[in-house]
Design a protein around this ligand. Structure first.
Ligand code: MLC
Ligand code: AMP
Length: 501
């Protein structure tokens, strides 16, 4: 079965009355049968909007059972799901609309007027509907009540596109990673089995539904296993602690784990029913891994992935989970640690991690040149992550060759911010770096050389204000006379990191 929606229908057929989504604090439960019906209704509403196989549906909406159902409804029709971070500003959204030219954009009701104006301006023919309030004039919910439910699930091949996920890059412009049904299904089947998901599990889900981690890794494991998902709107310490008492598995970014440990009352008693804690999207420090073990008695299972690849490597479920490593390549996925020419290096050497397999994306939307630049001639994708591989194949991520900051599991590409800073007339040049941060792992710091001596840090912040999502905005701005450069004239970010870290 290639279409994830068919896996979902399968789970529904086996256990229609079982709870699929449970909302926190007695907020209600949705059985598999209810979710299946909702998915069919939303698919009907989408079809009434002209959505068919290969149509692109962009979604920037709050996390909810309907948002999960909308994802499955898009797949049901064989259309392409394009989720966006809810933190993106109108300026960022404008770029995504122009780049993806979606047939339909589903947004929060409050955003509808400005989103409709953006779509009209973009002249992409994008229709706008809302999700989150059935009384909104453009409510998709109302259309779902009126439309004929779609029972059929579109048959898709491995190569057909299921989703476009935007990921920024070293070029500074976000690119849509084209993920196929084969990419999603192959990864889901492997992970469900590797992490031993079963119907009795209860997955604590506090991640956003617009990234690989929360949307694919977490939701797919649950829907393939037909288990219950405790769907929290976001990470909230008190809600997480209550949720942990009912759950058996949690997936999170390292910030989840450090925030829980920062609560002195949190401990083993809170995790009595848990069988598995999984971490990914950013490096989990060895001390955090050890402190978690000491406090809870659980060894966090760290895994490694990327938007373009889904999951690539995982510590074993049954075997040894070693802090500071991401375990072994997943079954069916080939990895190598290579030099700058793509030649595999001897074991234990540091090189770039390269990946090949059914999980590897189909390229960047309408960017063949940028796609080609990230692949070797023999089909391996160049991750830009620095890694070592031990004699037994165990992988450790030891750094990044790409210029990337990961803050609380969100990626920030310095180039995107530097481009905006350098466009300011009062700025001569800039360098954006990541500095260690106790909560987010890394935080964004902008080092700016002013062209106008009157420029202040506050003015720099103001200039970025409406243009960038909050998580990308520098929490620290330093004004300096010049940037350190090497003999080739390249800015030495390592010198800056050492100076300001
Ligand atoms: C929120 N803020 C952040 C931030 N998240 N700033 C930097 N980095 C972040 N990640 C801002 C808010 O806008 C707010 O600004 C202030 O920080 C405090 O917010 P908060 O309430 O403390 O944040 P919270 O909502 O609790 O969010 C923190 C978080 C969240 C870590 C729980 O960011 C999160 O869920 N991250 C997960 C991201 C994720 O899913 N990544 C997976 C990518 S897929 P102000 O000024 O308004 O107060 C991938 C592949 C793979 O990487 O391998 O998985
Ligand atoms: P994204 O583009 O948001 O999918 O982020 C992918 C990047 O997150 C990878 O290229 C890595 O740099 C990083 N990443 C994901 N998981 C881990 C991990 N377990 N350890 C270190 N880095 C990770």
């Amino acid at each position: 079965m290639t279409n994830i929606c068919a896996h979902f229908a399968d789970a529904c057929a086996h256990a229609p009355e079982a709870v699929f989504l449970q909302l926190p604090d007695d907020g209600g439960e949705h059985s598999f049968a209810v979710m299946e019906r909702r998915t069919a209704q939303l698919a009907g509403a989408l079809r009434a909007q002209g959505i068919a196989a290969d149509s692109r549906v962009m979604v920037q909406a709050a996390k909810s059972p309907d948002m999960a159902a909308l994802y499955l409804a898009v797949l049901r029709l064989g259309a392409i799901f394009i989720p966006l971070n809810t933190a993106y500003t109108a300026a960022e959204l404008q770029y995504f609309i122009a780049d993806a030219a979606p047939h339909l954009l589903v947004c929060a009701p409050a955003a509808a007027p400005s989103v409709m104006a953006l779509c009209a301006e973009a002249k992409t023919g994008t229709e706008v509907r809302t999700l989150g309030d059935a009384t909104s004039p453009q409510a998709l919910e109302r259309a779902a009540e009126q439309a004929e439910p779609i029972a059929q699930i579109a048959s898709r091949s491995d190569a057909d596109l299921a989703a476009l996920l935007y990921t920024s890059g070293t070029t500074g412009r976000p690119k849509g990673a084209m993920l196929s049904h084969g990419n999603l299904a192959s990864n889901a089947v492997v992970l469900r089995s590797l992490w031993a998901f079963r119907a009795e599990d209860v997955l604590l889900h506090a991640l956003p539904l617009f990234h690989v981690h929360g949307l694919f890794v977490a939701m797919h494991c649950a829907l393939l296993a037909a288990c219950r998902v405790l769907l929290l709107p976001k990470f909230d310490l008190a809600q997480i602690k209550r949720g942990l008492r009912q759950a058996s598995v949690m997936m999170g970014v390292p910030t989840f784990y450090s925030r829980l440990l920062a609560d002195p009352e949190f401990g083993a008693a809170d995790c009595a029913r848990m069988r598995l804690f999984i971490s990914g999207s950013a490096p989990l420090s060895a001390p955090l891994h050890r402190d978690w073990l000491a406090r809870t008695g659980h060894r966090i299972l760290e895994r490694y992935g990327m938007t373009e690849l889904g999951m690539v490597a995982s510590n074993p479920y049954a075997g040894e989970r070693i802090a500071g490593t991401v375990g072994y390549a997943l079954p069916g996925i080939a990895v190598r640690v290579a030099d700058a020419d793509g030649q595999e290096l001897p074991r234990d050497s540091i090189g770039t991690l390269e990946v090949k397999g059914p999980n590897v994306f189909r390229g960047y939307w309408q960017r063949p040149t940028e796609t080609a630049a990230e692949f070797r001639a023999d089909g391996y994708f160049i991750t830009g992550d620095l890694a070592t591989m031990a004699a037994d194949g165990r992988i450790a991520i030891v750094g990044r060759a790409k210029d990337l900051i990961i803050t609380g599991g969100y990626n920030v590409y310095p180039k995107e911010i530097e481009t905006l800073l350098d466009a300011m007339p009062q700025v001569a040049e800039s360098a954006v770096i990541g500095l260690p941060h106790p909560d987010f792992g890394e935080s964004v710091c902008a080092i700016v050389v002013a062209a106008d001596p009157a420029l202040s840090a506050a003015e720099v912040r103001r200039a970025l204000g409406g243009k960038l999502a909050k998580f990308k905005q520098p929490s620290r701005v330093e004004l300096v006379d010049s940037l350190p450069r090497n003999a080739l004239g390249k800015v030495q970010k390592n010198v800056l990191r050492a100076r300001y870290g």
